[in-house]
Ligand binder design. Structure first.
Ligand SMILES: N[C@@H](CCC(=O)N[C@@H](CS)C(=O)NCC(=O)O)C(=O)O
Length: 218
């Protein structure tokens, strides 16, 4: 069997998702920790984004496609239930989280701290302040979603949960979103429970270069 490479910096939430997927399936891999828009990544992802995957002759971009491959090319427990209804519900939550929660709310907010684009490098307050009401609404949505079973889809830990946990990790460590998360009871319990899962914990990213932890110096 050729070596499976997950290509991308470990601080990327989507790289982390693919690593959780490998762990859950019992698939061994090598992490190639490179930034977006580097030669290795540009050779695979048409937009230069991470993660990318290389496995023998196969090269792949996009976390969802990579997780599909990991799920279907190997044995081990399914990441997405094979039952049509449960599988579709899992896909529903992956899609909502990726196209709304991440892109429109979490990413601009987190980016305003870690990549602020301000002249003095301080957090970008207008972007943060604009994100907060939207974040509140999305946390409420996720809180309702996990209230019943402690999972996003059905009664098991699926790719929908693997996909959102890295985003919640960053939000947990930032000031306003961290206290908002602690005030959101079901989502907070969900986060604390699943962040301790071996597959998730194993790939907790090291702090960004130049920082000593995820929540200091912000
Ligand atoms: N839809 C992509 C999103 C990947 C993505 O946005 N990756 C970020 C790092 S978390 C990235 O490469 N950013 C650089 C850029 O957007 O130029 C996926 O699911 O893999």
């Amino acid at each position: 069997m050729p070596e499976l490479q997950i290509i991308g910096a470990p601080q990327s939430n989507y790289v982390w998702v693919t690593r959780i997927a490998c762990h859950e399936k019992g698939v061994s891999y090598t992490l190639v920790p490179v930034m977006p828009h580097t030669v290795e990544v540009d050779a695979i992802h048409p937009l230069g984004k991470i993660p990318a995957l290389r496995h023998g002759d196969l090269i792949l971009a996009e976390s969802r496609a990579i997780c599909f491959y990991i799920d279907h090319a190997f044995g081990g427990p399914p990441l997405v239930p094979r039952d049509p209804s449960e599988g579709a519900l899992t896909e529903q939550w992956i899609s909502i989280v990726n196209t709304h929660f991440d892109v429109l709310v979490a990413r601009p907010y987190v980016g305003a701290y870690f990549f602020p684009g301000t002249p003095d490098g301080r957090p970008n307050r207008p972007v943060i302040d604009a994100a907060l009401p939207k974040l509140e609404a999305q946390f409420a949505m996720l809180d309702r979603a996990v209230a019943k079973t402690g999972h996003l889809a059905g009664n098991a830990f699926t790719l929908a949960d693997m996909n959102v946990l890295p985003m919640l990790f960053y939000l947990h460590h930032l000031p306003e979103s961290g206290s908002m998360l602690r005030r959101t009871p079901n989502l907070s319990a969900y986060y604390e429970r699943h962040i301790a899962r071996a597959s998730v914990k194993e790939a907790v990213p090291p702090p960004l270069p130049g920082r000593s932890s995820w929540n200091s110096e912000i």
